[in-house]
Design a protein around this ligand. Structure first.
Ligand code: NAP
Length: 340
């Protein structure tokens, strides 16, 4: 059994991850931590926990985690994971970080997009971006896995195969994505109060969202040149799920069949990416509480553009599920273990 620690276990991703790890056949949840001073019964934040599980979320102690866990999941706000990851890497642990702290290769991007200097820039070279369908071979050997952001996951999976095969113009990509409210985490902010969200739908962080450089980094790698995208996030009045609608101009020979074929062959062996048939389009209810990413597309012959759709559950394929998938790959477990 693989011993796991979850730091930030009271938050949305921490709770989701704990839920998945508790039913995983190959792991033991050996320690759950909080910044708070007193232990919290897991049942208080995860009421569905079975009666015979008496786990507690305990005040954080580096030594305790080091003693009890081989793999350390960081479910902490961004900038909070930098030093913690460094400490556990020095202690020889495998670190899977759900924050953005190790996703970007360029340290200069952190002050620009996250308003903070990176305090361990040398670790950025070592970090492997944990998008399993693209980086599986590197994840197998990684000690620091930077789990992708919730918004970047779906659009990256939809666009990477098409950019690799030069079926779309890299300069033409526009992404509109709508996320459920849990994407903002558990902390209280006015914009996510029930009365603000209920019955509403609005764009936010227009052209300034911190996931823009992460999306561009992945797409640039696939295209073999710098890609700049327009990315507009929206807040959807549901608790979880992200639907992205993505527009791009097709290159001259790219038919819908060719585009769908490129996606189907890229993901033929991937258990969690489903490319939908002609005329079918993803919906949140089909991916909710699952680790699936559903992708659909249609080419508009009049405008020469393709519209792609990707749907994920932000807390599962966009966070905790993908983290478990990465752990499975890293430790040679079946990739679907604990996830299907
Ligand atoms: N929500 C999503 O859909 C999603 C998806 C992908 C990635 N992520 C990333 O995953 C990380 C965790 O996200 P989340 O949604 O789980 O956040 P969250 O609900 O706000 O939970 C974060 C937890 O971290 C702990 N924490 C430790 N230091 C903290 C500090 N200085 N300030 C505030 N909290 C602190 C808190 O627990 P205690 O108070 O008990 O210590 C809190 O419950 C973030 O970096 C986020 O960007 C989130």
């Amino acid at each position: 059994m693989l011993n796991c620690a979850v730091l930030g276990a009271t938050g949305y991703t921490g709770v989701e991850l704990t839920k998945l790890l508790l039913v995983h056949p190959n792991v033991r949840v050996s320690v759950l931590t909080t910044r708070q001073e007193k232990p919290i019964a897991l049942r208080e934040v995860l009421p569905s926990v079975p009666k015979n599980v008496s786990l507690e979320i305990v005040p954080y102690s580096f030594d305790e985690v080091k003693k009890k866990a081989e793999v350390v999941f960081l479910c902490l706000p961004h900038t909070e994971a930098m030093a913690t990851a460094d400490q556990f890497l020095n202690a020889g642990k495998v670190v899977i970080d759900l924050s953005a702290d190790f996703r970007l290769k360029d340290p200069k991007a952190y002050p620009e997009w996250y308003s903070a200097e990176h305090t361990f820039p040398e670790r950025l070279k070592q970090a492997v971006y944990g998008l399993p369908e693209v980086n599986r071979a590197k994840i197998k050997k990684a000690s620091l896995i930077a789990n992708p952001g919730c918004y970047p996951t779906g659009p990256s999976l939809a666009l990477i195969p098409l950019l690799k095969k030069k079926l779309i113009d890299p300069d033409s990509v526009i992404i509109n994505a709508a996320s459920g409210v849990s994407g903002a985490g558990k902390k209280l902010v006015t914009a996510t109060h029930f009365c603000e969200v209920d019955g509403n739908y609005n764009a936010y962080k227009v052209n300034t969202h911190q996931h823009i450089p992460e999306i561009e980094q992945s797409l640039s790698e696939a295209a073999g040149r710098k890609v700049t995208v327009m990315f507009i996030p929206h807040l959807l009045p549901v608790s979880r799920g992200i639907l992205a609608t993505i527009y791009a101009t097709t290159t001259s020979k790219a038919t819908e069949a060719k585009l769908r074929g490129a996606l189907e062959s890229a993901y033929a062996k991937d258990p969690f990416v489903r490319v939908l048939a002609e005329g079918q389009f993803p919906s949140l209810k089909d991916v909710r509480n699952t680790n699936f990413c559903d992708i659909g597309l249609s080419v508009d012959r009049r405008t020469g553009r393709v519209v792609l759709f990707s749907a994920i559950d932000n807390l599962v394929k966009g966070a905790a599920g993908q983290a478990v998938q990465n752990m499975n790959i890293r430790f040679g477990l079946p990739e679907e273990a604990g996830l299907l």
